[in-house]
Design a protein around this ligand. Structure first.
Ligand SMILES: Cc1ncc(COP(=O)(O)O)c(C=O)c1O
Length: 369
C-alpha cells in the first residue's frame, strides 16, 4: 500500500454525516452567500484565535491581498517577508501593487530571521509580513519591536499555523491583521477553497468587508475599487463543524511529531526544532539531509511519497526575479531548499504507516552511510 504525505479520505469517512448535514442545512436555508454560517464562523474563529473580528474570504491568497490593501499598503510600498514560503505569500504582495523585500531564514527553524529585519527597512518599507511556516510562529516580539520602531504595519501569514501559539498567544492575534487559508491540506481545511482575515481594528474590518464585496457597503454602489472575494456559506458551514475538532487535530499532529522525534532520533536526519516559547502545530514535519534527492527516490521505490516545501526559493524564480533577487542572496534559504523534505503528517495517519515510513527511512539512511 502506498503512503502519501497527506490524505483526507479517512477523516472524511469519520466526519461525513456532520459534513452532509452542514451542506444540506445551507442548501435548504435559502441563503447561499454571506449568510449566518459565514457570520458565525467569523465570530467563532476570531474568538478562538483571540481577535475581535474575522472577515471570511474566498482563499488564503486573496486574504493576504485584501489585508494588505485594508492596511493601506499599495503601489510602490515595500513589504519585508521571506523567500522560503509558499508562492502566494509573495504573489499577494505583488498583486497589492507592493514590492517584496526578502530576509533570510533561521537555519534551525526555517522561519524569518528577525535579526535581519532592521537592516532591510528602507524609507519605502510599510509592512512586515512574517510567515508562521510549517505550523510554527515567528518570534512576534522581535517583529513587533522593529515595526514599532519604524512605524510599520504587521500582517501575519497564518495559512499553515491554525492553533499554533507564541508565548501563549495564538497565531493571528499578534499583529495589525492576520491571514488564514482553509485550503483542504491545511490544519483547518475545507473541501475546496476558503480564507479569513483576522483583526481587532474596526477600520480594517470595515475596509475588508467592502473590499471582498466589489467595494460596496450596500448593494450596487461602489465606495471604492473592490473585488469579489467572499467565503461562501457551504464552506463556512463545513468549517464551523471542523472548528470544533481543531484542538484535536492539533494534538494528534503533536503526537505524530513526537513519535517521529523518537523513532528517528538516531537516524542521521536533522529533525524539526521547536523554537523556545512556541507551541508548534506541525502543519508539516520537515526533516533535512544533504542527500535528500537520493532518499526521496528510494522512498518512492518503497511506495512512500513525501514532499518538498519548498524546492525553489521565490527570490530566484523567473516570476519574481524582476525584484532583483539572485542566487547567493539568502544562503540559509537556498541551502535549505536543496536539503529539506516533509514526512507524512495528517491527523488520520495510521500508526503502522508512520512506523513503516521510519523503518524504510532508517534502512535507506544506513545504506547511504
Ligand atoms: C504560507 C501560505 N500563504 C498563503 C497561502 C495561500 O492560501 P490559498 O491556497 O488558500 O490561496 C498558502 C497556501 O498554499 C500558504 O501555505
Amino acid at each position: 500500500m502506498s503512503i502519501y504525505v497527506w490524505g483526507y479520505l479517512k477523516e472524511y469517512e469519520i466526519e461525513k454525516d456532520e459534513i452532509f448535514a452542514a451542506i444540506t442545512n445551507v442548501l435548504e436555508s435559502g441563503k447561499l452567500i454571506l449568510g449566518p454560517n459565514v457570520s458565525e464562523f467569523e465570530e467563532k474563529f476570531a474568538a478562538y484565535c483571540g481577535t475581535e473580528f474575522g472577515i471570511g474570504v474566498d482563499n488564503g491568497t486573496n486574504s493576504l491581498v485584501l489585508a494588505l490593501r485594508a492596511l493601506g499598503i499599495g503601489e510602490g510600498d515595500e513589504v519585508i517577508t521571506v523567500s522560503n514560503t509558499a508562492v502566494p505569500t509573495v504573489s499577494a504582495i505583488v498583486s497589492a501593487g507592493a514590492i517584496p523585500r526578502f530576509v533570510d531564514i533561521d537555519p534551525q527553524t526555517y522561519l524569518m530571521d528577525t535579526d535581519q529585519l532592521e537592516a532591510a527597512v528602507s524609507n519605502k518599507t510599510k509592512c512586515i509580513l512574517p510567515v508562521h511556516l510549517y505550523g510554527q510562529c515567528v518570534d512576534m516580539d522581535a517583529v513587533n519591536e522593529v515595526a514599532d520602531k519604524y512605524g510599520l504595519k504587521v500582517l501575519e501569514d497564518c495559512a499553515q499555523a491554525h492553533g499554533a501559539e507564541f508565548k501563549g498567544r495564538k497565531a493571528g492575534s499578534m499583529s495589525d491583521a492576520s491571514s488564514f487559508s482553509f485550503y483542504p491540506t491545511k490544519i483547518l481545511g475545507t473541501y475546496g477553497d476558503g480564507g479569513m482575515v483576522l483583526t481587532s481594528s474596526e477600520s480594517v474590518r470595515d475596509k475588508m468587508k467592502k473590499l471582498r464585496f466589489y467595494g460596496m457597503e450596500s448593494t450596487y454602489y461602489a465606495k471604492e475599487h473592490g473585488y469579489n472575494s467572499r467565503l461562501d456559506e457551504i464552506h463556512a458551514a463545513i468549517l464551523l463543524g471542523k472548528l470544533a475538532h481543531l484542538d484535536d487535530y492539533v494534538s494528534r499532529r503533536k503526537e505524530i511529531a513526537s513519535k517521529y522525534d523518537s523513532l528517528l532520533a538516531d537516524s542521521g536526519l536533522t529533525l524539526p526544532v521547536a523554537a523556545e516559547n512556541n507551541s508548534h502545530a506541525y502543519y508539516l514535519y520537515v526533516v533535512r539531509h544533504p542527500k535528500r534527492d537520493q532518499i526521496m527516490e528510494k522512498l518512492k521505490e518503497n511506495d512512500i511519497f513525501v514532499n518538498i516545501s519548498y524546492p525553489w526559493p521565490i527570490h530566484t524564480m523567473d516570476g519574481y526575479a524582476r525584484f532583483g533577487g539572485k542566487e547567493g542572496d539568502l544562503p540559509h534559504t537556498e541551502l535549505a531548499a536543496k536539503e529539506i523534505f516533509s514526512l507524512p503528517m495528517f491527523p488520520t495517519l495510521a500508526d503502522e504507516d508512520q512506523e513503516r515510513v521510519c523503518e524504510v527511512l532508517k534502512s535507506i539512511l544506513s545504506a547511504l552511510g
